[in-house]
Design a binder for this molecule. Structure first.
Ligand SMILES: *[C@@H]1O[C@H](CO)[C@@H](O)[C@H](O)[C@H]1NC(C)=O
Ligand SMILES: *[C@@H]1O[C@H](CO)[C@@H](O)[C@H](O)[C@H]1NC(C)=O
Ligand SMILES: *[C@@H]1O[C@H](CO)[C@@H](O)[C@H](O)[C@H]1NC(C)=O
Ligand SMILES: *[C@@H]1O[C@H](CO)[C@@H](O)[C@H](O)[C@H]1NC(C)=O
Ligand SMILES: *[C@@H]1O[C@H](CO)[C@@H](O)[C@H](O)[C@H]1NC(C)=O
Ligand SMILES: *[C@@H]1O[C@H](CO)[C@@H](O)[C@H](O)[C@H]1NC(C)=O
Ligand SMILES: *[C@@H]1O[C@H](CO)[C@@H](O)[C@H](O)[C@H]1NC(C)=O
Ligand SMILES: *[C@@H]1O[C@H](CO)[C@@H](O)[C@H](O)[C@H]1NC(C)=O
Ligand SMILES: *[C@@H]1O[C@H](CO)[C@@H](O)[C@H](O)[C@H]1NC(C)=O
Ligand SMILES: *[C@@H]1O[C@H](CO)[C@@H](O)[C@H](O)[C@H]1NC(C)=O
Length: 593
């Protein structure tokens, strides 16, 4: 099968036309700046968030407050004062974890529970916080959620996952077809493989291509516009040309309603210098962390502290500028590229029907020195920070899944000082246990990493140092607040305290005893709509029920408690004391170590 597939591919490629889209070169604009140094945010990001703060947040927080008050729980006056003010509004970031489709759906279910458009969420007093969030970070499977939501112009979660039935709209995730093996019919699968390979032809003329490019094209059939059930195997563009830097032109971004999107990436560095701090999955915790955001690709760690404009990704000098390299699903595919972790023996290769690394390399012969398992980017930071950035001398950055260093819930982007995040809603759908439930490992990883790279970042709240510590205090089976006593950075003495962390984990089966649906394997790549709906429904419960109170499986005050957490840093800035239900809530939900 493997060799016959290759044969078909090569035959087709002989007649390859270059109709597909891809990166193009042009003279750089006069004011072009390839690299921006420092740990501050870009002027464009600052402006985006400022506009959101001015035009969107007052209304969004008003709607949210209305939803919280609808639960009938008496709030302390300061909660209302803060949420109704123009100047004291909190800055809320949402971080949603990796873990394949499971994490994407769990994240989607929590967003649904925070969405003002979902009347059940409004009833629970949690609806509206999504619209009031300023930042939204997602990595790996979480990046599929974040990217598909943004590019589809922020539909409701039900429409995002399942489509809305209108053939001209985003058709949903089409999860009943496997991402790599779209068909069990070999002839149909061969067509899919051919199309994927052809779609990267333009890029392959001038840039290295790898399994990451094929992966991005395969993912695009599920997470970007341009594919419906009816056109899954059609020879159409399948969302090629949908650029991450182009999101800013969508109505939901033009109106600044959409939270600022961030997608973390890891680097598979060739040179690991000195002590290695083992991370989760092969990438050391002390390798620099990268991110893609609406405007830039870069690194906030002090070892590099450099950023390049996203629109010109692929560019390496100031004369010839590349555009079109930042294809949305190539970037999200980088954030979910785990191919470098796979067992690469001859036997496993032989067992693989369509090894895309090999197919890409056979179709577009490249230097043997090039890595085919990573997603490859011309290095805009060549020559930058040679004393501290170990890939400074490389012409290619080999980037991979953003959670491979163990930080599978993307919390660190929310600690960038300039982002001024008051509260992080951390959605953890990572499979830490043999049963595929979350047990807190990614929070431990970020806590450890913050001891290595704390400079320029706000303090991360204390969390238990072991999984046993999370389990003993039941921190994953109900929402937990970390950082109720604000933590200060040892280094940034003038900085505000670090954010409060509201942790919502996929940590336990449903309380009502029904069979758990949300703990599927990271590698389950096919879901029926019914399975997805079941997972969304159980996740909605997990995100809206709060803690067990006596014999009650649900905390009627949870909506109010969440609001207490949301305003807590703003309350402290006003020099006011926690009171009323917020005191009860903090006793109930805070972990203080
Ligand atoms: C897809 O269409 C292009 C032209 O747009 C053509 O060159 C290519 O051969 C077609 N591929 C398949 C698999 O039919
Ligand atoms: C994707 O489709 C939605 C409609 O479902 C539309 O609003 C949005 O603008 C499209 N996005 C892109 C990037 O074309
Ligand atoms: C700029 O980069 C392009 C490749 O992107 C290369 O072809 C060109 O020679 C470079 N120009 C200079 C002046 O280095
Ligand atoms: C790699 O795969 C081969 C063949 O399936 C197997 O024998 C070997 O144990 C695997 N190695 C690892 C480290 O998983
Ligand atoms: C495909 O083959 C390459 C070596 O050529 C290997 O590194 C990679 O892990 C394989 N990928 C898969 C998905 O088996
Ligand atoms: C990629 O192709 C080149 C020949 O074009 C070959 O030398 C190299 O070994 C191939 N790399 C892999 C990992 O298969
Ligand atoms: C490697 O480590 C040595 C010793 O700690 C240090 O002097 C050097 O700057 C480091 N280089 C890089 C690229 O990290
Ligand atoms: C989900 O959790 C249940 C209960 O712990 C367990 O029996 C089941 O095997 C888990 N499912 C998966 C796919 O891990
Ligand atoms: C954790 O949950 C179990 C079962 O729900 C309960 O028996 C135990 O008391 C809880 N422990 C703590 C520290 O809350
Ligand atoms: C609200 O969320 C629930 C639970 O997932 C879902 O059943 C319902 O369809 C959603 N409502 C809307 C309007 O999206």
């Amino acid at each position: 099968m493997f060799s016959s597939l290759t044969g078909v591919v090569l035959l087709v490629l002989l007649g390859l036309a270059s109709a597909s889209s891809g990166p193009t070169f042009q003279r750089c604009p006069a004011d072009f700046q390839l690299v921006r140094r420092g740990q501050t945010i870009s002027a464009s990001e600052a402006q985006y968030v400022e506009q959101k703060r001015e035009k969107v947040l007052p209304g969004a927080f008003k709607t949210y407050l209305h939803s919280v008050k609808g639960t009938g729980v008496q709030l302390p006056k300061y909660v209302e004062q803060i949420l109704e003010s123009k100047t004291q509004l909190p800055t809320v970031g949402i971080s949603t974890s990796g873990g394949g489709y499971r994490a994407a759906i769990f994240g989607a279910g929590v967003l649904n529970a925070l969405d003002a458009r979902n009347s059940s969420a409004v009833k629970k007093g949690t609806g509206g916080l999504l619209q009031a969030a300023t930042h939204l970070a997602g990595l790996s499977g979480g990046s599929w959620l974040v990217t598909s939501l943004a590019q589809a112009n922020f539909p409701t979660i039900q429409h995002l996952v399942f489509g809305d039935g209108n053939p001209s709209d985003f058709a949903g995730w089409i999860p009943s077809f496997d991402i790599w093996t779209e068909s069990t019919d070999p002839a149909e699968q061969a067509i899919f493989v051919q199309e994927v390979l052809q779609e990267i032809a333009v890029k392959a003329k001038h840039f290295p291509v790898s399994v990451g490019d094929a992966w991005g094209r395969a993912l695009a059939r599920h997470f970007t516009n341009g594919t419906t059930l009816a056109t899954l195997f059609a020879n159409t563009s399948h969302g090629a040309g949908i650029l991450f830097s182009g999101f800013v032109k969508l109505p939901i971004f033009a109106s600044h309603e959409h939270p600022f999107p961030i997608i973390p990436l890891n680097i598979a560095s060739k040179h690991i210098n000195g002590t290695i701090f083992p991370g989760g999955n092969g990438i050391p915790l002390n390798s620099p962390m990268f991110e893609v955001n609406l405007f830039e690709m870069g690194c906030y760690d002090d070892v590099l502290a450099a950023h390049t404009p996203l629109k010109y990704l692929g560019t390496t000098n100031h004369s010839l500028c590349v555009t079109g390299f930042d294809e949305a699903m190539f970037l999200s595919g980088t954030s979910s590229n785990l191919w470098n972790e796979l067992n690469t023996t001859v036997e496993t290769l032989a067992a693989n029907t369509a090894n895309f690394s090999v197919l890409v390399n056979e179709t577009y012969p490249q230097s043997p020195a090039l890595r085919l398992d990573t997603s490859n980017y011309p290095n805009p930071f060549h020559g930058i920070a040679p004393e501290t950035f170990s890939d400074s001398g490389e012409t290619i950055l080999s980037l991979v899944d953003g959670g491979e260093d163990g930080q599978v819930t993307p919390l660190q982007p929310m600690l960038v000082e300039d982002r001024k995040i008051d509260v992080i809603i951390a959605i953890d759908g990572v499979a830490d246990t043999p049963d595929n439930f979350a047990a807190g490992a990614s929070l431990i990883a970020t806590q450890e990493r913050m001891q290595i790279f704390p400079r320029g970042l706000r303090a991360f709240p204390a969390v238990p140092t072991t999984l046993a510590g999370f389990a003993a205090a039941n921190l994953t089976s109900r929402p937990t607040f970390f950082g109720c006593t604000p933590a200060h950075s040892r280094y940034e003495t003038h900085a505000a305290p670090g954010p409060l962390l509201v942790y919502i984990a996929n940590g336990a089966p449903p309380r009502d005893g029904s069979p758990p649906l949300t703990n599927t394997s990271t590698f389950q790549s096919v879901y029926t709509d019914a399975e997805m709906q079941g997972m969304l429904t159980q996740t909605f419960a997990a995100a809206t029920q709060g803690a067990v109170i006596g014999n009650a499986l649900e905390d009627k005050e949870w909506g109010a408690c969440l609001a207490c957490a949301v305003v807590d840093r703003a309350r402290a800035r006003q020099g006011m004391k926690r009171s009323g239900v917020c005191e009860t809530c903090f006793t109930r939900y805070c972990w203080e170590g």
